[in-house]
Design a protein around this ligand. Structure first.
Ligand SMILES: C[S@@+](CC[C@H](N)C(=O)[O-])C[C@H]1O[C@@H](n2cnc3c(N)ncnc32)[C@H](O)[C@@H]1O
Length: 242
């Protein structure tokens, strides 16, 4: 049984705690993302979207879209007709909507409040479903993945980008020092939520990665599942086909 890590307390629904946490860090989220990853997060999102290049997907769903960075990357790299982003945090969505307005992308990307575990779309609505750094935050991982699979067309692709635990021991040691101690300290000083970046470390440690995550994709009905490790195992991009 995989351990469920929640942001604030072992008591109470994970979903409510996750929503509260992202609502509180939303104003600092983009800055901290790029600062703490030294900008490498942009290349991870690009790598994930490149997995869709051959599929010619025109209508895409970005789950746990947050401030919309993965959706914007998809728009920039692919020839898409429309992207819908859903998230449970209104504050994250608000930051994202302001970004879309600034970039003049409101007719291409729409951001809606929606729960990955109960998506408000008919079966087979999208050509592809994508998610970056979202699945680890789902309350019920299998329900979220099954819903994502439900709303893509048969033959459609799913792409998941998520943190993993580095395996190479020397790198793992150095990275864990940064991830466990330095990053939560910077997060605490800048985001006004002392627990958020501690949750980031703990949730990654408890989350199924590599083949274990692939077994959840299989359970959700996806085939040809594969993963590719990025940046010495800091994260991985998973792909599967419905
Ligand atoms: C780490 S952020 C990732 C945002 C964005 N995808 C990115 O690449 O920066 C995780 C997001 O997942 C959202 N989230 C968590 N559980 C969710 C759920 N059940 N349904 C939809 N969004 C969810 C959170 O509100 C948060 O905005």
């Amino acid at each position: 049984m995989e351990k469920v890590v929640k942001p604030y307390s072992e008591e109470g629904e994970k979903k409510n705690q996750v929503r509260k946490m992202f609502n509180s860090i939303a104003p600092a989220y983009d800055f901290l993302n790029h600062f703490l990853s030294l900008g490498i997060d942009r290349s991870w999102r690009k790598k994930a979207i490149q997995k869709l290049e051959a599929s010619q997907a025109k209508k895409i769903l970005d789950v746990a879209t947050g401030t919309g960075d993965l959706a914007i990357t998809a728009h920039n790299l692919l020839e898409v007709d429309h992207i819908t982003g859903v998230d449970i945090s209104d504050e994250m969505l608000e930051v994202g909507r302001k970004k879309l307005t600034k970039k003049n992308l409101n007719d291409k990307i729409v951001l809606l409040n929606g729960d990955s575990e109960n998506l408000p779309f008919e079966d087979g609505t999208f050509d592809a479903a994508i998610v970056a750094f979202g699945v680890r935050n789902f309350q019920n991982l299998d329900k979220g993945l099954t819903e994502m699979s439900r709303v893509i067309k048969p033959g459609g692709k799913m792409v998941v980008l998520e943190f993993t635990k580095p395996r190479f021991f020397l790198f793992k040691f150095g990275f864990n020092l940064y991830f466990k101690y330095v990053l939560p300290l910077i997060g605490r000083l800048t985001s006004k939520d002392p627990k958020a970046y501690r949750y980031l470390y703990e949730s990654v440690q408890a989350f199924p990665d590599y083949d274990k995550f692939v077994s959840h994709m299989e359970k959700a009905g996806l085939k040809n599942n594969e993963w590719e490790s990025l940046s010495m195992g800091i994260c991985a991009v998973y792909t599967g086909v419905k």
